[in-house]
Ligand binder design. Structure first.
Ligand code: CTP
Ligand code: CA
Length: 224
């Protein structure tokens, strides 16, 4: 009864997190990817687990590593894989935080053999991937749903638009305008917008610190 774990604010809560890029196959040896390091999602997973949450971390290909008794890592490759994996866990969780940089488009057909350079040009036909976050917003019951928005212009308006259209409880606007923020760096400059449109802007910080701010904001919102 005096167990220190009983005092952790996320004890007994299940949290689903997505992280990293997705890789969309072109042929057996090539893919379309992006520069997401996975660092933000892994830091969020650690911040949640350190407060007692049971975490499922669905991650695209990344060099990040984590070893924590409360974190289950589920590796995936493509946007479609991530969609399926996320849907197997979503019903069961209290909080879902989708920080992955999911490909918006994927090759319509994957060549079964390596594509040869016989022609001077190559045209790939791409089709839109499923929006994982929006698909969760459409089916959520009591889950607290958090998305990210990566914007370069009309940041607040675009982020608010995503908060509404995807039926989120909270969105994290990621500003790419500032040096040292974003994909490859260890720091991020973020703004939180909650479903009452309360805006909280932060200075450039380490992704570790951003993750703690985010988890604290979620705990505050859940208890409000
Ligand atoms: N997202 C997702 N599935 C996708 C695309 C995006 O779950 N197929 C999620 C991201 O993980 C992020 C949020 O949606 O939490 C917003 O991603 P972002 O790329 O900023 O916005 P999009 O809705 O994809 O729109 P656009 O890229 O055109 O701005
Ligand atoms: Ca996108």
């Amino acid at each position: 009864e005096n167990d220190i774990l009983d005092k952790l604010p996320l004890k007994g809560k299940k949290v689903l997190i997505t992280a990293g890029p997705t890789y969309e196959a072109i042929d057996p040896v090539r893919f379309i990817g992006n520069h997401s390091s996975g660092k933000m999602g892994f830091e969020i997973a650690k911040a949640a687990a350190n407060l007692g949450a049971e975490v499922v971390l669905v991650t695209g290909p990344t060099h990040q590593k984590v070893s924590h008794a409360l974190i289950q890592v589920v590796p995936v490759i493509s946007a479609q894989d991530m969609y399926e994996s996320v849907h197997t866990y979503f019903q069961d969780v209290d909080i879902a935080i989708l920080s992955a940089a999911v490909a918006d488009f994927t090759p319509k057909e994957v060549a079964s053999q390596k594509i040869k350079k016989k022609e001077p040009t190559l045209t790939l036909e791409l089709e839109k991937t499923k929006d994982i976050l929006a698909s969760l917003g459409a089916i959520k019951t009591n889950q607290f749903l958090v998305g990210f928005a990566l914007e370069t212009n009309d940041e607040l308006e675009n982020a608010k638009g995503k908060l509404k259209s995807k039926n989120l409880n909270l969105i994290v606007l990621n500003s790419l305008n500032d040096k040292g923020a974003g994909f490859k760096s260890d720091t991020n400059k973020v703004t939180f917008i909650d479903d009452k449109e309360t805006i909280t802007a932060f200075e450039l910080k380490s992704k570790t610190a951003v993750a703690k701010d985010l988890i604290n904001k979620i705990i505050e919102q859940i208890h409000a």
